[in-house]
Design a protein around this ligand. Structure first.
Ligand code: ATP
Length: 450
């Protein structure tokens, strides 16, 4: 298939049809740009997150995990600059449609002249800075003193715990703290399904290094994070690193590069990798009056560590993996839709299917299934024709199918079907588990590249 056969509409409808992702509060007409993950969506996103943990924490010696609270002391957001500066330029159409827009996004599409409303062509108001933080109140009294915020990024939870971690996890630079969790931003223009929502999950690392080494670590993290996506099957020609220009850099950053993916709506950010210098730790040191510096026991050198931040979106990542995996093809005159996930990301690794629902086949298939599900996510399906069951599994991206048939009853072999090549091989029941585990561990490359 050509890469552009995938559209966002096809992804949205597949997600609903197969129970990956639903509109939130749908029975009440839905809440704009908020989504609920169903069974396969939960499994898929959870696999994305566990691959992230595996590569960034389990397989490294220089990283520890953290799970900070969403609600934080409000001073945090003064120190971080979010209260003052976490704003987007909001403009409103003064013409017929009265829609609200982000002026910076409109400028990308209309590089010259006065900005106009892209829907009705109306004039626009002067831009005003709109703060993206959601406010709420803590406790029963709603006054100035009770005002708190839903965190707009997980990063600050890491910075305020820097001293705790350094002391109790016995780490010293270079080391990192990794965290996955929900963040909230009152985005002016959410959209493109789960690409930009007001509630989303981030997978963030703050990596603390000696100041003189920050540039080098920034480069290493850019390489590592690009490799993570390609190792998990994203096509390299659909990924790019884009360096921020000086006008685009956040107030805290001396250099940022975005990893971008070629989504159906064009190249868009998947992850930002910023060199934040000592901005965050110095700010928290000033506002909290706690020292945030590190004294090297070897050299006696004292410094505030610099920070490299690879900050990824779990939902955006999940969307990219779905878009990249989506494929359509003709098989024996019939169209099949298939999600060609990397097997480690696939929500279900293997489906066990009795060919017919009689003659002892379902019972034996159930035994095979129970054996396999102890080792990996598996499904047992007896409903409908075998073709229909395969199509269902193809659509959720299950890489392997095990079929129990009349021959199984005689010689205890099953057929093992491969989602991508459609090859069917005969294999002894006792060998299926090991064979699948071997395939799960093997390097993988998207068949869409062939
Ligand atoms: P954008 O320019 O798209 O608004 P950003 O540069 O503000 O994103 P960061 O603050 O760098 O984003 O956040 C890090 C990551 O968190 C992003 O790369 C993205 O994957 C994810 N993310 C940020 N905002 C959202 C959102 N509204 N919905 C879903 N994911 C998001």
């Amino acid at each position: 298939m050509t890469p552009d056969a995938v559209t966002m509409d096809k992804i949205v409808s597949l997600c609903k049809r197969r129970g990956f992702i639903f509109q939130s509060s749908e029975i009440y007409g839905g809440l704009a740009s908020t989504y609920d993950y169903g069974h396969y969506g939960v499994l898929l996103k959870s696999n994305v997150k566990s691959e992230w943990w595996r590569s960034n924490v389990q397989q490294r010696d220089d990283m520890v995990a953290l799970d900070a609270a969403i609600l934080m002391h409000p001073r945090t957001w003064e120190a971080s600059g979010h209260l003052e500066g976490f704003t987007d330029p909001l403009v409103q159409c003064l013409g017929e449609c009265k829609r609200r827009w982000r002026a910076d996004h409109l400028r990308e599409a209309q590089p010259e002249g006065e900005l106009k409303c892209p829907v009705c062509g109306g004039e626009l108001s002067e831009p005003r800075n709109f703060n993206l933080m959601f406010e709420t109140h803590m406790g029963p009294v709603q006054d100035e003193g009770s005002r708190i915020y839903l965190r707009p990024e997980t990063a600050q939870g890491i910075f305020v715990n820097f001293k705790n971690v350094m002391q109790f996890a016995r780490k010293k630079p270079p080391f990192g703290i990794a965290q996955v969790g929900k963040s909230f931003r009152n985005e002016i223009t959410p959209g493109n399904f789960i690409f930009r929502t007001r509630e989303f999950e981030q997978m963030e690392i703050e990596f603390f290094v000696a100041p003189a080494t920050a540039g080098e670590w920034h480069g290493r993290w850019m390489e590592d994070r690009m490799r993570w996506y390609t190792d998990l099957g994203l096509r390299a020609d659909h990924l790019q690193l884009r360096e921020h220009g000086p006008e685009e850099l956040s107030h805290y950053s001396s250099a940022t590069s975005d990893i971008e993916y070629l989504f159906p709506m064009g190249w868009s950010e998947l992850e930002g990798i910023a060199n934040r210098g000592d901005f965050d730790l110095s700010q928290h040191a000033e506002y909290s009056r706690e020292k945030m510096d590190f004294v090297d026991p070897g050299t006696g050198e004292r410094y505030v560590p610099h920070v490299i931040e690879p900050s990824a979106g779990a939902d955006r990542g999940t969307l990219a993996f779905m878009v990249d995996a989506y494929d359509e093809e003709q098989v024996e005159g019939r169209e099949r839709v298939v999600l060609r996930f990397h097997p480690r990301l696939a929500p279900v690794k293997v489906a066990v299917l009795p060919l017919v629902n009689k003659d002892g086949q379902p019972e034996l298939a159930r035994e095979v299934y129970e054996d396999l599900r102890a080792r990996m996510s598996a499904e047992f399906d007896t409903g409908g024709s075998i073709g229909k069951r395969y199509r269902r599994q193809d659509e959720i991206g299950t890489p392997w199918g095990v079929t129990v048939d009349h021959q199984t009853m005689e010689d205890r072999t099953v057929t093992l079907r491969d989602r991508d090549t459609l090859d069917q091989t005969r294999i002894a029941i006792g060998e299926v588990g090991d064979e699948l585990q071997r395939r799960l561990a093997a390097p993988w490359r998207s068949p869409k590249l062939d």
